[in-house]
Structures are given as C-alpha cells and as structure tokens.
Write a protein that binds this ligand. Sequence first.
Ligand code: SAM
Length: 413
Amino acid sequence: MGSKCRSPKPPMSPGSSTSPKPAQPAKLEKVMSMNGGNGECSYDRMSVVQAYALNSLQPSLAEAVKLMSLPRHPSPLRIADFGSATGRNAFAYMDFVVNSIRREYQARNMIMPEVQAFFNDLPGNDFNTMFGLLPPVKGQADSEGAGALVREYFAAGVPGSFYGRLFPKNSLHFGICMHCLHWISQIPPQVTDPESELYNRGSCWIMGGKPSIARAFAEQSKADFRKFLHSRADELAPGGILQCYLSGRTDLADPTNQTIPERRHRFLAGPDFESAWDDLIAEGIITEETRDSFNLPCYVPHVEEVRDSIDSVGGFEIVRLELLEELNLYPDDARMSMLQNPKKCAKFYSSWIRALVEPLMAVHMGAECTDEWFVRHERRIFNRCRAMLGNPQEQEQYKFLTADFLLVVLKKL
Ligand SMILES: C[S@@+](CC[C@H](N)C(=O)[O-])C[C@H]1O[C@@H](n2cnc3c(N)ncnc32)[C@H](O)[C@@H]1O
C-alpha cells in the first residue's frame, strides 16, 4: 500500500508564516470528541465500560448528596454533568443523583423543588445522538417498561470547555464529572515542535518516555485542573457538591509511570497502542513524523497532585480524595470469559479505544489511515490474547478491563 496518509504539519499560529516556529497543534477543544452516532464503535455502544463504574460509585454519590445544602422550594435545584459525552451514562448518573436528592428532601421533610439538569461537553460532541436518547418525562412515556429511565428534570445542553466558566455565579447545587479530567486541554506546544528538546520523537504518549516530556504534561494537567476548580468554585452555590472520577496513578515520583509498568496496558495507551503506530510506519503507510506529531491528550495524575491543585485554588472542603485501585470495568465473569476468545476480546477492546480516540486520530491522519491503524491495533491485541490462552496466571495479570481511579468529592465553602 502506498502512503495514502496525510503527514500533517500542525497549522502555524496566526502571523507566523515567515517564522518556522512555534507550530501550534489544532486547537484541541475544536476537534476533541468521543465517537458519535450509535454504530458499533460509537461511544454510545462502547461506554458500557465506563457505565459499569457507576456501580462502584453509587455509594459515594449517595453519601455526597447527604452533605449538600438543599435549595428551598420553589427556587430550582440545578445539577450539572461536566463532560457528558453522548448521553447514555450521563442519564444514568443524573437519574441516580436526582433520586438520591429526592430521598434527602424526604428525609429532611422538605418539599423538593423542580430540577434543571445540564449536560456539558465540547461543541464537537454529538449532542444530537445524546438528546435522541433523552429519557421521556415521567408520566408522559409511551411505555414505561421496568428498568427504563424516566426523567423528572428539565434537560439542557451546555457546549463549551469545562476548563472555563459555563454557568452563572453561585447557580449550581451539585456537579459531577465522570471519566473526564485526565483529558488535558492541549498538548504542551513544545511537545509538538520538532525543534524543541521536548519534541516527543518515537512515541505518541508519555508512558515510559522522557521525564521532561511527562513533566510538561504534568504542568498542563495542573494548570487545567486549577482552571476547572476555579470555574466550579465560582459556579457552585455555598454548600454545593462537586464529585469527580478520573483515572489515577500510584507512582507519585515518576509521571512517566502513568500506570505501573506491569499493568501498563490498563490505560488506553498501552504497548499495543504504541505498537500499532510502529506497524504502520514499518509498512510505509505513515511516516515517523505522523506518529511523532500525534500525542494522546491525557495525563493520569496522582492523588497528591490533585490535592495540590485543590489546596492552591481554595474555596472547597475536601470530603473525599482517594485512589480506588483495580476497579473492574466489566463484570468479572464476562471479563475472564472474553479472554478465552481472543477474537472477541480484541474486537471489544479495540472498539472501546476507537470510541474514545478515533475522532482525534482521524483529524490527525485522515479516516483511511485511522482505519488501517485500528486493523493493526486489533491484531496486536488478538496476538497478545492468543499467546495468553491456557495460561491463567498471565491472563489474571493482564487485568483486562480493570483500572485505577481517583475519587474526588468537594464541598463548596
Ligand atoms: C470518556 S468521556 C466520559 C463521558 C461520560 N461522563 C461517561 O462517564 O461516560 C470524556 C468526555 O469528556 C469530554 N471532554 C474532554 N475535555 C473536555 C473539556 N475541556 N470540556 C468539556 N468536555 C470535555 C469529552 O469530549 C468526552 O465526551
């Protein structure tokens, strides 16, 4: 196959046409989204993985609700989901939060006000698919089958980056942000500048890479986290609650150790993620530059890095801040039985990654090369799973579809 793939140079910043640098990557908030629609690699279908996490989060959400200051009827109760993607999970979280709050009003013998629910994401998010899935209003559903969600809130979409203000001051009572804050707002500019010492040559992420590059990601993550907290501190009413759930890591000292080495396939950019690029380069489908100029916009922080940001921003009491290790992202028996079927396992895992990063990769190197990339990625996972067949110990160590998370619950002072 010839080189059908673009080898994109990042667009130059305005006014820089006579100067060779600095080159700026496309503004991430313009191109970042999960896979839309409801095809087999859509976020809608593949976010069953993130959805499973709600099981382990329900107790902490219910506890957090007990601590919030409840607005008095008739002024509305406002809840926001930051980074809701295309909806299915967001509606499940919202349903759980609204029902928990209802129980709290009952327990305190108070009349519950009407609820406004806001679903935020970047403008590229598939809000159409999302609102097509919006549960029917209670009492107006054609068929309210057992288990089907009905909604007892007024819903609105809020496009924009959660690394800035999205709501008026003191207007929110409860905020959630699930599986989002490890996505940083931009790749540090030096990392995509071929003339910089921090250019990420030979890799598409920071795991196991140069410490200086990982530190640049850490700085970006810290700056983003602070902006997120500053904005939420403005928007939440006193006594309001903010609950966040994001990928977390165990090794504070070494940010290149985004997950400990023997578990490094557990975050999406494991060895198979890197190797799929190598395969495309070896086959002449893309150039090294195409891989080197792509960087996964993720940083997995340690709990102390998050604490540092919270302390420096102020305005919140920390209710919970902890690492939850080795949470299952899929039922245990289903995870283990999928491992006995390498084809199924590879398809599932690769489709899950595709739901998360295909739009970013397609902007970078075009749809055709992205398709080729996922063929290699799936093949790599297939070979890995096949090699583990008949070796239960290795399969156990693979920790397929498990991950470490940070749970952050804050109360606005
Ligand atoms: C993995 S999805 C999580 C979706 C959903 N909360 C869940 O738990 O299934 C992460 C979402 O965060 C969104 N996101 C990333 N950066 C964002 C930003 N700066 N502002 C708003 N949304 C952002 C992405 O577009 C994506 O939809």
